[in-house]
Design a protein around this ligand. Sequence first.
Ligand SMILES: Nc1ncnc2c1ncn2[C@@H]1O[C@H](COP(=O)(O)OP(=O)(O)OP(=O)(O)O)[C@@H](O)[C@H]1O
Ligand SMILES: [Mg+2]
Length: 275
Amino acid sequence: MSIDIRNLTFRYNPGTPLENTSLKDISLSIGKGEFILIGGEIGSGKSTLVRHFNGLLKPSSGQVTVDGMAAHAKKVKARVGVLFQFPQQQLFGRTVFEDVAFGPRNFGLRGNELEEQVYSALELLGFDKEICSNSPFHLSGGQMRLVAIAGVLASMPEYLVLDEPFSGLDAENRTTLLSALKHLTTKGTSVIVVSHRIPDLLSAADRIFLLDHGNLVFGGTPVDYVKHAPYLPEITCLMKEMRRKGFDVRDDIFHIDDAFSEISRVLNTKGAVGK
Ligand SMILES: Nc1ncnc2c1ncn2[C@@H]1O[C@H](COP(=O)(O)OP(=O)(O)OP(=O)(O)O)[C@@H](O)[C@H]1O
Ligand SMILES: [Mg+2]
């Protein structure tokens, strides 16, 4: 079970003076239960890439398949949930309940089952039931984002694609969202997050893909990332700086707990400072 992308090239406005090749010969695959980050500079093709995962865009050449089916096949719609880059624009319901229920209702859920699905998606994102009767348009910007995300979660997709879900969220909401996403991966959902804040999310990821001007320039684990990629987490920078200053510490660390253990180990070792 996977999303498979083979030699994907995509051109906007082909055959016109505005033709723009936004993805160039991309190949990658995403397995069940993986937590994937997709990063890259502004305009590098991140949103264009993920719009292929549920067939919103069709490749100019190459293939995108989801569990062996073409990504634009009707059956794929229920498997891939997508949160667009500006999720507030996805809200439309009179109440939060109506909004979050829209997806699962579309896929045939009714009655208690529908209610349970809506409540559990909202609960996972830190809301209680009372919010259901509120208008989504009277919520704060961060809450609106989370309600839009709950709407995608409530459909229980097997692949959850979120385009910049963390922007506009405060630290507390970011933590809530990240742990909700991690929880979903433990249940077998594949989570694909587009973000320009890869270093902050690295410790949650299984694999990272980086785009640059439509090219896939990196694909690997967080350990590969801290060895090869240009933007590093602060904790890795700290370890590198310590190493530069003569401490015999590992500098491929990106998790705060590992950094703590490593620094404790070195400070407890006699003669830790080499230079
Ligand atoms: N609808 C469109 N028509 C024509 N060109 C487009 C369209 N949407 C995006 N592009 C171009 O395709 C390229 C990739 O855009 P895309 O939005 O996928 O990048 P991105 O990495 O998601 O950027 P951002 O970090 O700003 O979200 C850019 O050069 C962009 O100008
Ligand atoms: Mg984008």
